[in-house]
Design a protein around this ligand. Structure first.
Ligand SMILES: Cc1cc2nc3c(=O)[nH]c(=O)nc-3n(C[C@H](O)[C@H](O)[C@H](O)COP(=O)(O)OP(=O)(O)OC[C@H]3O[C@@H](n4cnc5c(N)ncnc54)[C@H](O)[C@@H]3O)c2cc1C
Ligand code: FES
Length: 280
């Protein structure tokens, strides 16, 4: 949050107008909101508390890239009280947003490096912010090779299909999409993300940074595969989801040992995670 917004009131959300709603899957929608830089500027990997008056708020990753001016996007899965209320909103309605919060991805450490993105399900939402930052024509030259491995349970569970098509057309990245279970129309790869990682991705891990997000079971086996491929713990970067309330390091709701995920994270390297108690 910038100084002017901070000085206002950290608990007071900015009310942003919904410009567009994209139905991604049966229970996930992307909300495109209008912003003015003065009210809200952010880095890839940060999250915000999204608020519906009279209902409550929920922490949600920012999925748009800050290189895209005038809008901010959230992709939200219908999970309970707040997210169901958000799903009932229409274009033109206002959504409360306070933040941004947390530490984003360590972009400077990624400069000049090849990047391997690995996402599962809606775990692509926070990575998409960084992917589109890296792929932006103003930034692309600052990074080397890019591989994106994305998996979902079934073809119907793939999010951002409209954007995956655009990424597929690019000549400067490699995109691998896989599903756990295919249907009759699926022409592509079938297999769990860690299995496809081992079988389809060959690289000299010493140079690479990898950024991963997905269900805990996927992360566990993906990290195992990455370690066997030779990735150092400091080069494996992930972003955590813990129960949160304030987002500001004040309520103590999100701690792992002495660390607060909302302010010390949500982005951590595996080097940091393996020194922490296994609560994540
Ligand atoms: C940093 C961060 C980023 C996130 N990014 C996204 C995102 O990009 N998109 C997205 O869709 N979601 C994201 N989430 C998850 C999202 O915040 C939750 O799904 C949301 O808070 C649910 O709110 P709700 O009020 O709709 O659901 P609730 O009504 O709170 O409940 C949702 C479900 O969780 C269960 N539940 C509630 N409390 C607990 C508990 N203490 N322990 C275990 N289960 C519980 C409920 O029984 C219910 O099934 C993120 C979370 C964090 C922390
Ligand atoms: S959510 Fe309140 S301290 Fe982290």
């Amino acid at each position: 949050m910038n100084a002017a917004a901070q000085a206002r009131n950290v608990y007071l959300p900015a009310l942003l107008s919904i410009k567009e709603i994209i139905s991604e899957t049966q229970d996930i929608k992307t909300f495109r909101l209008g912003i003015k830089e003065r009210v809200f500027s952010y880095e890839p990997g940060q999250f915000a508390e999204v608020f519906v008056p009279g209902v409550g708020e929920a922490p949600i990753s920012i999925t748009s890239s800050p290189t895209q001016e005038g809008i901010i996007e959230f992709s939200i899965k219908r999970a309970g009280t707040v997210t169901e209320a958000i799903h009932r909103l229409n274009t033109g309605d206002l959504l409360g947003v306070r933040g941004p919060y947390g530490r984003g991805f360590p972009i400077e450490e990624m400069h000049g490096k090849p990047l391997l993105f690995i996402a599962g399900g809606i775990g692509l939402a926070p990575l998409r912010s960084l992917i589109n930052y890296v792929l932006d024509e103003k930034k692309r030259g600052e990074f080397a090779e890019v591989i994106i491995l994305y998996g979902a349970r079934t073809p119907k569970d793939l999010v951002f299909r409209w954007e995956l098509e655009k990424w597929k057309q690019r000549g400067d990245i490699r995109l691998i999409i896989t599903v756990d279970r295919a249907d009759m129309d699926w022409p592509g790869r079938v297999g769990l993300v860690p299995v496809v990682l081992r079988e389809d991705v060959e690289l000299k891990a010493a140079n690479w940074k990898t950024i991963t997000c997905g269900p805990p079971i996927m992360i566990k086996f993906t990290i195992k595969a990455l370690r066997e491929m030779g990735f150092a713990p400091r080069d494996i970067i992930t972003t955590l989801e813990m129960r949160m309330k304030c987002g500001l390091g004040k309520c103590g709701r999100c701690n792992i040992g002495p660390h607060y995920v909302c302010t010390d994270g949500p982005v951590f390297t595996f080097e940091q995670l393996r020194t922490m108690p296994e609560e994540y």
